[in-house]
Design a protein around this ligand. Structure first.
Ligand code: SF4
Length: 219
C-alpha cells in the first residue's frame, strides 16, 4: 500500500471513528487508479490540513503547509514548524522568519511573496526535536508534490535536516556542502544554514550571505 493510500485509509478511519464506529471486521479497499495527491494547491493544502499520517498530528495545533508564489523560481525548504508557526499556521514567523525575510529582501532583492517556502514536515515536533525518519518519509509526498507544482529553478535547503531528506545523503554534514550548487531533479539545490542555527550562531550569517550571493547569481 502506498503512502497516499495509507493516508486516505487513515483519514477514512478517523471519519468513521468520529461517527461512533469503534471496530471493523475487515477493510476492503476500493479499487481505484487515482492514487495521486491533488495537483492544485488548495486541494493539496486541504488534504494536508486533515492529515494523520504520522504521530505529529496528535500534538500539532495547525498544519503549516507553506506559502508563497506558486510559480516561484526560488523555493526555500526548512526543517519543521516551531511554536509560532504551529500557532499561526504560517511558515517561518518570528525571529527566524525575520532572518528569512531579510535574506530574501536585502540580499536577493526579491519580495518574500516572490519565493515559495515550506518545510520537510508540516507539523511541529515535540520540543522542536529533529523529525524522525518515519515522520519525514510520511510527509515527503506533500513536499514532492509542492516541488512538482512550483517547478522552481533553484531550491535552497535550510539546514541539515532539509538537505538530508531532499538528497538522501544522511551522512553528509551541512558544513561540508553548504554553498555548493547541486542537482536535484530539474532544479539546482543550494544548501545553507538554517535560520534557527543562525539565531544561536549569528557569526555564521556571513557564510549564508555568501551562499545567497551564489543563489542571486543563478536567478
Ligand atoms: S507531519 Fe506531515 S505526514 Fe505527519 S501528520 Fe503532519 S502533514 Fe501528515
Amino acid at each position: 500500500m502506498t503512502q497516499v493510500e495509507k493516508a486516505r485509509l487513515l483519514k477514512l478511519l478517523y471519519q468513521y471513528r468520529a461517527m461512533g464506529f469503534e471496530y471493523f471486521k475487515e477493510y476492503k479497499p476500493v479499487e481505484s487508479n487515482n492514487t495521486m495527491l491533488p495537483s492544485d494547491f488548495n486541494s493539496l493544502k486541504s488534504s494536508a490540513s486533515d492529515c494523520h499520517l504520522c504521530n505529529l498530528s496528535k500534538t500539532r495545533n495547525n498544519v503549516v503547509f507553506g506559502d508563497g508564489n506558486q510559480d516561484a523560481k526560488l523555493m526555500f525548504i526548512g526543517e519543521s514548524p516551531r511554536a509560532g508557526e504551529d500557532e499561526s499556521g504560517k511558515v517561518f514567523v518570528g525571529r527566524a522568519g525575520d532572518i528569512v525575510t531579510n535574506i530574501i529582501e536585502k540580499v536577493l532583492g526579491l519580495r518574500r511573496e516572490d519565493v515559495y517556502i515550506s518545510n520537510i514536515v508540516k507539523c511541529r515536533t515535540p520540543e522542536n526535536r529533529v523529525p524522525t525518519m518515519e515522520e519525514a518519509s510520511a510527509c515527503k509526498s506533500y513536499l514532492m508534490q509542492q516541488i512538482e507544482m512550483v517547478k522552481p529553478q533553484i531550491i535552497v535547503a535550510l539546514g541539515s535536516t532539509s538537505f538530508h531528506h531532499l538528497t538522501g545523503e544522511y551522512d553528509t554534514p551541512i558544513s561540508k556542502v553548504r554553498g555548493e550548487v547541486l542537482n536535484l531533479g530539474n532544479a539546482k539545490l543550494i544548501p545553507t544554514f538554517c535560520p534557527y542555527f543562525l539565531l544561536r550562531n549569528p557569526s555564521s550569517k556571513k557564510e549564508v550571505f555568501q551562499d545567497m550571493l551564489k543563489v542571486k547569481s543563478l536567478l
